[in-house]
Design a protein around this ligand. Structure first.
Ligand SMILES: Cc1cc2nc3c(=O)[nH]c(=O)nc-3n(C[C@H](O)[C@H](O)[C@H](O)COP(=O)(O)OP(=O)(O)OC[C@H]3O[C@@H](n4cnc5c(N)ncnc54)[C@H](O)[C@@H]3O)c2cc1C
Length: 480
């Protein structure tokens, strides 16, 4: 019997025929919804297909499938919403299956007293947010991919949402979880409000990109929902660096707007066009969330600091425009309209997000904007924005458009652009090559330099959890 037939027969025995997907169309579509969309507009065929997609419904099924794969050296990639963008779901070889957790889509418990909600890994973030909103609560997690991503993927990638300056990233939200080791053993990390029983084991799982375990259940925090009490304000600043200084001051003074964003002209013109900026100017805006007394006080504080930095107040229209359009890119993904656009323009746009301290981020921004077009001649647009701010620094989310006359080269140029970005970032002491999309396979060649002398720790964790190396090989950790 061929390897494929053998695997399909065993998976069918565990899961039932209807839960073992082998149709070519489904296997072709399995490498994420937003990676290789450009190539897919030009008759793309992947180098490797998964042998099958195993649809799991409960923790026991996950355990049985993993144990079988571990015993037989079959590679496994967990999948949730498929929206990750760094080739986390790229099939690395011809002995890989996908374990699809989306049938595990039950909200297990909404615990209002303790402000927590427990959901299975396949629960969609949009559906969960809508459900808790109805009860008067929010998860505080609003990534642009809210309509695509599911709880398992959001935790596994260390995702972050648009209201992060107030709520933080997923690592600030996860209370506890349940997961399965490659050998089939099930473990649980409980939901205590804080703990000091050694290291915090949640962090071994958060951000592991499917390389250690299959997460089956996660509990996250709830916050009171204040949909009508938002304070918003938009400003034009003289230049990007002045905007960075103003935002730093706002955060350093202790104001916590949910949204704090700063766009350069290239990014505004490319994305929203809602503000007309002169060359060099930047668009800065904020939204404060919470009880009215707090949002008004934050708004007043922001206004004062903005004034000190010579920022011109332009009202809320452009901010409203951002709120209305902020997730629209998601609707276009993988559509016939997107494919037609690619075929007509031969232009592909993608994001690259990094993070650094306040003292380095302005220099890094200039360095990236200057260096990347020098190294990658196919870049026709490069801009960036600040969107997640901390007391010690911020991210910049760069956006690049490349013109690709030969469609087969698109992914090569995207990888080369990301690598050029990593090389710039690695020159700086407290900067990181990735802020929230994960390492995947696109930045994996730079993970050793990124982690430096702490890289062996990551490798040791991998070897301990997954000694046979079956979990998402080549993602996050290089194959050598
Ligand atoms: C238009 C668009 C906008 C985006 N905006 C944001 C944003 O604002 N913020 C942000 O952080 N990201 C953003 N992303 C990236 C992406 O949405 C996130 O990485 C998201 O967390 C992925 O979740 P998913 O459910 O789609 O996971 P998938 O893509 O299915 O998987 C992601 C990773 O998690 C692993 N995984 C999935 N399920 C499990 C499980 N049950 N157990 C163990 N591992 C698992 C997979 O193996 C893979 O490595 C965006 C993507 C797109 C396309």
């Amino acid at each position: 019997m061929s390897l494929k037939k053998e695997i399909v027969a065993k998976l069918t025995e565990i899961l039932g025929e209807e839960n073992v997907i082998v149709s070519e169309e489904a296997l072709l579509a399995a490498d994420a919804v937003n990676v290789r969309n450009y190539a897919k507009a030009f008759d793309y065929k992947p180098e490797h297909y998964p042998l099958a997609i195993a649809k799991v419904h409960d923790v026991q099924e996950v355990s049985s499938v993993l144990k079988y794969c571990n015993d037989n050296d079959i590679h496994v990639i967990p999948v949730a919403g498929g929206s990750s963008g760094e080739d986390q779901l790229l099939i690395p070889d011809d002995r890989t299956i996908l374990i699809d957790g989306t049938p595990m889509n039950k909200v297990i418990k909404i615990d209002i007293e303790n402000m927590m909600v427990t959901a299975q890994c396949g629960v969609s973030l949009a559906a969960l947010e809508a459900q808790v909103n109805e009860a008067g609560y929010t998860l505080g997690h609003a990534p642009q991919s809210i309509s695509l991503a599911c709880m398992g993927g959001l935790v596994a990638t260390r995702s972050i949402g648009q209201f992060s300056t107030m709520y933080g990233g997923i690592e600030d939200m996860v209370c506890g979880l349940e997961a399965v080791l490659p050998n089939g053993e099930i473990f649980r990390i409980k939901n205590a409000p804080r703990r000091a029983a050694g290291q915090d084991l949640r962090h071994l799982v958060i951000g592991h990109e499917g390389t250690l375990v299959f997460m089956t259940e996660v509990t996250v925090r709830l916050f009171t929902y204040y949909p009508d009490e938002m304070w918003k304000g938009g400003y034009v600043v003289e230049n990007f660096k002045t905007g960075i200084k103003a935002i730093r001051e706002i955060v350093a003074k202790g104001y916590k707007p949910a949204v704090a964003r700063l766009y350069d002209k290239a990014d505004v013109d490319h994305h929203y066009g809602s503000v007309k900026l002169n060359e060099g100017q930047a668009f800065m805006f904020f939204a404060a969330y919470g009880p009215k007394a707090i949002t008004e006080a934050i708004g007043k504080g922001i206004d004062e600091v903005a004034d000190q930095y010579g920022a011109g107040y332009i009202g809320t229209k452009a901010v409203d425009h951002w709120f209305e359009n902020r997730n629209k890119t998601t609707d276009l993904l993988g559509s016939e309209e997107e494919r037609r656009m690619f075929r007509e323009t031969k232009v592909y746009t993608f994001p690259m997000e990094i993070c650094a301290t306040w003292s380095e981020i302005g220099t890094i921004y200039d360095d990236v904007i200057k260096t990347l077009p020098e190294k990658i001649p196919q870049i026709v647009m490069l801009g960036g924005h600040v969107s997640h701010c901390y007391s010690n620094g911020t991210n910049v989310y760069f956006v690049a458009s490349i013109k690709v006359d030969n469609p087969d080269e698109c992914i090569k140029i995207q990888y080369a652009t990301l690598d050029a970005l990593c090389q710039v970032i690695l020159k700086y002491q407290d900067a990181t090559i990735v802020h929230h999309h994960g390492i995947g396979r696109m930045r994996v060649n730079r993970i050793k330099e990124e982690l430096g002398s702490s890289y062996p720790l990551l490798k040791a964790v991998k070897n301990t959890f997954d000694p046979k190396g079956i979990m998402n090989p080549g993602c996050l950790i290089p194959l050598d």
